[in-house]
Ligand binder design. Structure first.
Ligand code: GL7
Length: 825
């Protein structure tokens, strides 16, 4: 008998000396260079892999613990993730920053200098993608066995630059220098089919089982990034798929006869699938490639989920006990039909059993109320691209409508409204309907949103199946958006509360409530805010050339540009301030800096023009010596997660001014309030819940609520009547119309004026007076420094509810029914 050899498993040491040794070794053997000749990127990559190694250890133990426990897993399917920079996060989560600082100092480099090479993966558009990243963070922190699935877009969300004030989009080649945080896993690649034909199975009497012969196949190659939990050993993963041509795609024969372009035709076509993130936010884009992306994500991920299930389980009866799949909006909803296809066609499960498994496996989160954001796909496109899936959709719909008819005999109207197929000139598949029909639980993302979903968008479904509907109010990770973004405030909070327990138990911030009454604490709080503003001012000057006063009220509106979010209303307020200063330059004004941040979809012309107008107003304001004494307007380009982490800690006032009933939740509102900004906002999305918690006295509320807005629309809204009735509003609109922001050219911004006076779809003019008056209250409140600081402290103290840890706990309890698995050190 041979003696068992101890199994080789490398573990990294946990001392400064170990870390330093690994760093130098990685620089030499991994990067192939020396300290003397290392470049900035060499330094960054070496540091990144050295930190990463500490997580690999934990990941290996997590995988082993999961294998042993064979738990129920959450699989989060999302077309978008906005993960943010990884270096600082992973330094914090491995507690290695304390070593890196002295080592870097020894070597004569700074962490800040290396961090410029830490590129954020911009694999999402806005709140929806960032929410996905926050939920993954919280799942790992709560030891929930989970995998995130997504697409590894070669080009993420475009980089925004301004030329003459206009948005110019540049490609985001985020992997140009390589991504040290990801591990390719080519062994787990999958083949995905498109197009082709279906054949009946002669042995199947029901006719429900078919055989699909795709006309095109593409390879999905995965890589994963580590998703560490904070204060725990768990490291989960996010698996991202990249499309590659299948091996046979290279046409050697054509290449041989000099047809070089044609020879790689199929390769280009295949690889285009994961080439670029669609940069439109909440609007539907009817493009074949986008549907291909969606199916590509779903097909790869479901096969991977089944592969993982089969590592420890067999048979299908137990599938839904081990697998719960969360559909992040409608983008991955074709998964419902793909799982049916896999079970029925490929694994021979009977239709009814397959349907029961499928329905128990999926849950669906809806993130919108805008009808244009509820995806529908033309039947003809589906028939061509995914012929078998279209057949399955018809079958699902057939059985579903039988159920509807049984519930509402004789009511063909309800059948038409609820059908998965929308009839009309062009028949379309309603993905949200398919999602609800194919899921156990459906949830909205804030109380008002869930209520309105049940009353309007999904009313018939909420009536038929009330038990399926849930609310899970969004949240944000306090690690990234408080501890990492705002280290000064975090230190103050920790000093006040005694320890860092609040980082994983955010309701403990309530303990700051009493400190709000302590003048010394308030002074320290102000001091932190001021230092953050000094830092922001330096960054803003670097990026825009405009100097801002760190003592001015920092009034921020950071979010995607969309009409419903009403940047145009904020601009009317700015112009009103300009007009007041012009009319009375000697009066005293509360000094303000208005900071805008955000991108507009490249095809969204109205919003691109509004961006141009913001920049034009900023130019006029900042270069007029009289106005600039009281007011500055800045718009640093390319707002992203990294910039959010700079701006949020420095904000005094958070603009959350969407038309009530339009913003599903918002999450920037939570991040800002958590960092002590006061909100000026409407009763929309999660604003309502923020106000409920921080208290009406500590929140600047204005405007119509959702029923009032709906009533005004029904009564025939006329923006012109508001324009005519309000002198300041008229002056503001007329100032734009006069060409004052276009060197006298009245035509440039005429479409903005026309949109306001013509339709004003989101009723900015109706809320203008209430908004401007409320802003006057804000200015008044700002002059009482002690009171303002107290309100600021109370905002932070009372926002513990908005931790994404709480959100994940609610998903676990209400929807996922999963238990944590602890990983031992
Ligand atoms: C969004 C909502 O617009 C936003 O209100 C919400 O906070 C977010 C996360 O639930 O989802 N829906 C959507 O399509 N995008 C969002 O940000 C892009």
């Amino acid at each position: 008998m041979t003696e068992a050899r101890p199994r080789l498993r490398r573990t990294v040491g946990d001392s400064l000396e170990d870390f330093e040794r690994d760093l130098i070794s990685n620089l030499y053997y991994q990067r192939g260079t020396t300290i003397e000749s290392a470049s900035g990127p060499d330094g960054y990559h070496t540091l990144a892999v050295t930190v990463r190694d500490r997580l690999v250890d934990r990941y290996a133990r997590t995988a082993a613990a999961h294998y042993a426990a064979n738990p129920r897993f959450v699989y989060y399917l999302s077309a978008e993730y906005l993960l943010g920079r990884q270096l600082r996060q992973n330094l914090l989560y491995t507690d290695t920053e304390r070593w890196v600082r002295p080592i870097a100092e020894d070597l004569g480099v700074s962490l800040e200098a290396l961090e410029v090479y830490d590129v954020e993966p911009g694999l999402g558009n806005g709140g929806l993608g960032r929410l996905a990243a926050c939920l993954l963070d919280s799942m790992a922190t709560l030891d929930i066995p989970a995998v995130g699935y997504g697409i590894r877009y070669e080009f993420g969300i475009f980089k925004q630059t301004f030329r003459d004030g206009q948005q110019v989009e540049r490609p985001d080649d985020w992997t140009f220098y390589g991504n040290p945080w990801e591990f390719p896993a080519p062994d787990d690649r999958q083949l995905v089919g498109f197009y082709g034909t279906t054949k009946a199975d002669p042995k199947d009497p029901t006719g429900l089982k078919k055989h699909w012969v795709p006309g095109e196949t593409v390879r999905g190659e995965p890589s994963h990034m580590l998703v560490p939990g904070y204060g725990t050993q768990t490291v989960n993963i996010i698996r991202l798929w990249q499309a590659r041509a299948s091996r046979e795609s290279f046409d050697l024969a054509r290449f041989g006869v000099g047809q070089y372009v044609e020879a790689v035709d199929d390769i280009v076509k295949a690889e285009n699938i994961s080439k670029v993130l669609y940069p439109d936010d909440s609007t539907e884009l009817g493009r074949e490639l986008r549907l291909k992306q969606q199916y590509f994500l779903v097909a790869c991920s479901l096969r991977d989920i089944i592969r993982r299930y089969r590592l420890r389980n067999s048979g299908w009866e137990g599938f839904a006990d081990k697998v719960v799949i969360q559909l992040n909006d409608t983008h991955p909803v074709v998964a419902v039909t793909e799982l049916m296809r896999l079970l029925v066609d490929e694994h021979g499960v009977g239709w009814d059993e397959a349907w029961s498994i499928t329905r128990r496996t999926f849950n669906y989160t809806c993130h919108t109320l805008l009808p244009e954001a509820l995806e529908t796909w033309p039947v003809r496109l589906l028939e061509r691209l995914l012929p078998r899936h279209m057949e399955i959709i018809y079958a699902i719909n057939h059985f579903f409508l039988e159920e509807v008819r049984a519930a509402y005999p004789g009511d063909e109207d309800v059948v038409r409204r609820m059908s998965v197929i929308q009839e009309g000139d062009e028949r379309r598949v309603r993905m949200a309907h398919l999602a609800v029909v194919g899921s156990t639980a459906v949830n909205g993302v804030a109380e008002l949103h869930t209520k309105l979903l049940a009353e309007t968008t999904l009313h018939d479904f909420a009536t038929l199946w009330p038990e399926r509907f849930h609310n899970v109010t969004n949240g944000v990770t306090p690690r990234r958006f408080l501890r990492m973004a705002n280290p000064r405030l975090s230190t103050l909070i920790t000093e006040s509360l005694g320890d860092e327990g609040w980082l994983t138990d955010l309701e403990r911030l309530h303990g700051l409530g009493t400190a709000a009454d302590d003048p010394a604490f308030r002074a320290a709080w102000r001091d932190v805010k001021r230092q953050n503003k000094v830092e922001l001012a330096a960054a803003v000057e670097r990026s825009t050339g405009v100097l801002i006063d760190p003592d001015a009220l920092a009034d921020v509106m950071i979010k995607r540009f969309h009409e419903y979010k009403r940047q145009q209303l904020k601009l009317l307020h700015v112009i009103t301030m300009v007009n007041r200063i012009r009319a009375d330059p000697q009066a005293t004004y509360v000094p303000r800096t208005v900071l805008f941040g955000g991108k507009a979809a490249p095809g969204y012309h109205a919003m691109k023009l509004l961006i141009q107008l913001v920049n034009a107003v900023a130019d006029v304001v900042n270069t007029d010596p009289v106005i600039a004494r009281h007011l500055r307007v800045v718009f640093p380009p390319d707002y992203n997660v990294t910039k959010a982490q700079f701006v949020i800690p420095a904000a005094d006032l958070s603009e959350q001014i969407s038309l009530a009933g339009k913003e599903a939740s918002g999450t920037g509102n939570m991040k800002l309030a958590l960092n002590g900004a006061l909100t000026i906002g409407t009763l929309d999305g999660a604003n309502i819940e923020i106000r409920d918690r921080v208290g009406a006295d500590n929140f600047f509320l204005f405007g119509m609520d959702a029923p009032a807005a709906a009533a005004l629309r029904r009564s025939g809204y006329s923006p012109r009547s508001f324009y005519e009735a309000d002198f300041e509003l008229r002056l503001a609109v007329d100032t734009i119309a006069s060409g004052a922001f276009a060197k006298g050219d009245r035509s440039v911004f005429a479409p903005v004026v026309d949109a306001m006076l013509g339709r004003d779809e989101y009723m900015a003019l109706a809320d203008y007076r209430a908004y401007v008056d409320c802003q006057d209250t804000v200015a008044e409140a700002w002059t009482d420094t002690e009171r303002w600081t107290r309100m600021s402290v109370l905002n932070t103290a009372r926002c513990g509810f908005f931790s994404s840890d709480r959100t994940v706990r609610e998903y676990c309890a209400q929807i996922w029914k999963v238990d944590p698995v602890r990983v031992s050190p």
